[in-house]
Each structure stands twice: as C-alpha cells, then as structure tokens.
Design a protein around this ligand. Sequence first.
Ligand code: NAP
Length: 289
Amino acid sequence: MTTIAILGCGYIGQRLARHYLDRGETLLAVVRSPASAAALNAAGIPALALDLAQREQTLAALSLAGARVFHLVPPPESGTDDPHTRNLVAAFAATGTPARVVYIGTTGVYGDCGGAWVDEDRPVQPQADRALRRWDAEQTLRRWAADTGAALVTLRVAGIYGPGRLPLERLRAGLPLVRPEEAPWSNRIHADDLVTACLAAMDRGSPGAVYNACDDHPSTMTDYFFQVADAAGLPRPPVIPLAEADGQISPGMLSYLRESRRLSNRKLVEGLGVRLRYPSLAEGLPACF
Ligand SMILES: NC(=O)c1ccc[n+]([C@@H]2O[C@H](COP(=O)([O-])OP(=O)(O)OC[C@H]3O[C@@H](n4cnc5c(N)ncnc54)[C@H](OP(=O)(O)O)[C@@H]3O)[C@@H](O)[C@H]2O)c1
C-alpha cells in the first residue's frame, strides 16, 4: 500500500493517524512546530515539523508522489489567499503527483445564504476573509487536479465538536449570545463522524467531487451553546438582541453570526455512503463527556 500523509495532524488528523496505524499502514504526519512533531513521535505517530508557509523548505522536504494525502493544514490567519496550499501544490509539481488528495475545507465558502438549505451545487459566495482564503485553497487544488489529472476530493466541513472540543471556557465566562429568535442557522459535525467522512472520501470519493460534511440537523449558534451548557451542567449564557451584538460579542464570533445557512448532507450520506453515528447534537453531545 502507498503511504498515508496527514498534513496538519491535529485534533482530526491524529484520529485519522490512529486508524491507519492500527491497520499497519505506513504513515507520515506533518505539523508546523517541532514541539507538536515531538509530541506525535513520542505518541507513536511518525511526524515531521514543516511550516507550509516556508516555500523552499516545503519543496525540499515533501515528496508525496503516489501517496494518499489528507490536507488539513489551515490557511494563515490573515489575507485573502492561502499560500500554504499554493506551496503544497508547488511541492506536488516538483516531486510527483500523489495518488489522491482529500482536502478538508470549510462551509464558509458559501457565505451568507439567508438561512436557505444549501447543497454542493449552490454557487459559492465567500465574504469573510477566512472564507476567501478557503476558496483560494479550493481553487488552487482544483486547478492542480485539472492540470495533472490527479484525484482530488473536497470536504466542506461544518463546525467541529467532540471530546475536548466544546466551548466550555466561553460558557464559564458567561459571555452573551444573540437571542434565539434572531440567531442565524449554523451547522456542526461530531469529530468521529468527520473522521468517517474523511476515510470514505479517501476510499471512494468521486475524483473532483465536493461533499458537505455536517450532521442532519442544522441549529443556531445560540441553540448549540444552550445544548452544550445543558449537557455540561453549566448555566445557559445570557442573550442579547442582535442589534446590540457589536461591542458585546467578539469580532470573530460576529463574523459567523453574519452568515446563515442550513447545509444538506444528502450527497455525503447517499452519494458517499457515510453513516453518521451522531446525526444531531442530542446524540453527539453526551458522547463528548
Ligand atoms: N474548528 C472547526 O470547527 C473547523 C470547521 C471546518 C474546518 N476546520 C478545519 O479542519 C482542519 C482540521 O481541524 P483540526 O481541528 O484537526 O485542526 P487543529 O487541531 O487546529 O490542527 C491543525 C494542524 O495543522 C498544523 N498546521 C497549522 N499551520 C501549519 C503550517 N503552516 N504548516 C504545517 N502545519 C500546520 C498544526 O500544527 P502545530 O500543532 O504545529 O501548530 C496542527 O497539527 C483544519 O484545517 C481546520 O481549520 C475546522
């Protein structure tokens, strides 16, 4: 079997790594910092420290010809393009084409959809810079796949939650949220189900295909926090009118509140054959504690 490469081997990548190592596959994990690489190596996950922002180093260090590649490295924190993905594609061009690339993107590329149901045929409309960076990454990879004939599968991933990935600190701080009747639609996926989706995309995703990766039940950000608070035995946070959110809610959170959409996962479930273990927060949250 060819090597599995997990670029950006963090919370989700480590779950993928365990899956493949348990099956005796040859694996290489890539992380940015030497400290993360040392921690992974100590935990039995062979890892290399490499910052994809460093073009020359990336070209020199990454040789992924024939490999099965999961690309989970996020774009930089600022700007409107993704040099990490551009450098990665340059490394592919220099050192040989992987057998397949599964890219973990985000649903932010759809932008604000006014609460409409959204499937993969909906034209993208990235608005926030974070979404423009993700769209740049998708386009860079798509161009590379078209030029080389390589197999690329893209997952557009909703908000990830799971054990150790819940907004408990924010809840403990008692920070306000937008009141339920004004809160926009948003979408989530349990970490275990995202791993299942990543594995399915690698095994049988259609080359060139895009799949939304989310559970069956869109909710609102406020509802999500309420449900997490209830499951954790914490008080529900205070709520404020949307009109008062500026200044009381962080700019990062506000940028998510400017977008409302309900994602369809039909293609993931029916087209890719992914069976969700946690179709809604009601099943997923109790499994986080
Ligand atoms: N959080 C969400 O709700 C959400 C939703 C949709 C999509 N996503 C995306 O899904 C992907 C996986 O998420 P996750 O939670 O597993 O991420 P994570 O735990 O934050 O891990 C990210 C990994 O990427 C590595 N990395 C970051 N910048 C890098 C660079 N310049 N060069 C090389 N490696 C770099 C990090 O290495 P170090 O540890 O050394 O920094 C880390 O191993 C990410 O791209 C994330 O943005 C997240």
